[in-house]
Design a protein around this ligand. Sequence first.
Ligand SMILES: Nc1ncnc2c1ncn2[C@@H]1O[C@H](COP(=O)(O)OP(=O)(O)OP(=O)(O)O)[C@@H](O)[C@H]1O
Ligand SMILES: [Mg+2]
Length: 367
Amino acid sequence: MSPVDVLDALRTVVEPESGYDIVRLKLIRDLVVDDAGVSFRVVLPDPTAPFASVVEERATAAIQARDASVRVRVSMDNEMIGLGDDISVQSDANANSVPSIRNIIAVASGKGGVGKSTMAVNLACALAAKGYDVGLMDADIYGPSIPTMFGVRDARPRVNENRKLVPIETHGIKLLSMGFLVEPEKAVIWRGPMVSNAIRQFFGDTNWGALDYLVMDLPPGTGDIQLTIVQTIGLTGAVVVSTPQEVALADARKAVAMFQEVDVPVLGLIENMAYFVPPDLPDRRYHIFGEGGAAELARSLKLPLLGEIPIEQPLREACDNGRPIVISEPESAVSRVFDALAAETARQVDLRNAGLDPTQRIEILYR
Ligand SMILES: Nc1ncnc2c1ncn2[C@@H]1O[C@H](COP(=O)(O)OP(=O)(O)OP(=O)(O)O)[C@@H](O)[C@H]1O
Ligand SMILES: [Mg+2]
């Protein structure tokens, strides 16, 4: 038996928590195949892992199914693998610290109030409507608005037997908000490092399960907090939201520069409040905040413009009422715009994953 045969056999063994096989998760260490037989270690991400012995038995059985005479020695390491440990850097699609999440998309803006949370919520819903497994993390500790937009303000995530947070499931999306965990009034007096630490920790200590996309609503701005989150969670990429106004565009440019500085790919720009269509004059388009600004910025930065979202009352009302428009009125014109936005974002993620190595996380700076 060659090491390749052994790894092929081990690909049939699944790590129960994430649903991915133990080879894909790169949990196998120190594989040796020699005259004495096969030996290796399996490093499990969970410190308490009650299923460790099951994984051990299945790994042995999988190898012996190919060659019944081979001697197999497996040692299980229940080492505590927290953020900053090497398993996260080794994970598959991204260097993020939760290997069962294939892609993490941060939604950012330089300027506040441009509709970042509205975009994050409807993008997540539109991706879920396409059949993807989607999570949404509201990392805006100072102004968490996603619980309101989903109508789950009073929800509290429970903690499972492995001491992981269980996200709230709503509209088919797994949701975690800093608003569930920290009172914004308390958070405002936290120093930057405390905020970024808390966000990173809650992100890593959550039982997300297998997700195709995790959409992360970042706090507005380009300060230390954003920078730390961006650097320590292995983002697949970021989308930057702007309105057509000059002030917003200037801040969007800063946000793009921040991501590029730390080598996080920018998947593209979203222009929100791009135009207004009067309900009684559906053929008209008014460019209330200006026209073509984001498209021009995208051109000058050589980035895709992922979508142009109209300003409209039902979109705002749906968010205020806790039922995002993509869910409450899936056939509306604006929901179709979000559907196209989701398709384009997914396409840019695919392009990014095909063309670039996983984003490197930097090591934890402080605990
Ligand atoms: N396209 C739109 N049409 C109508 N209303 C919108 C649109 N986009 C956002 N809004 C409204 O504008 C307000 C601000 O939006 P939102 O909370 O999404 O912005 P934000 O960038 O997340 O803000 P913050 O920086 O405070 O986190 C909300 O009341 C929202 O409903
Ligand atoms: Mg917001």
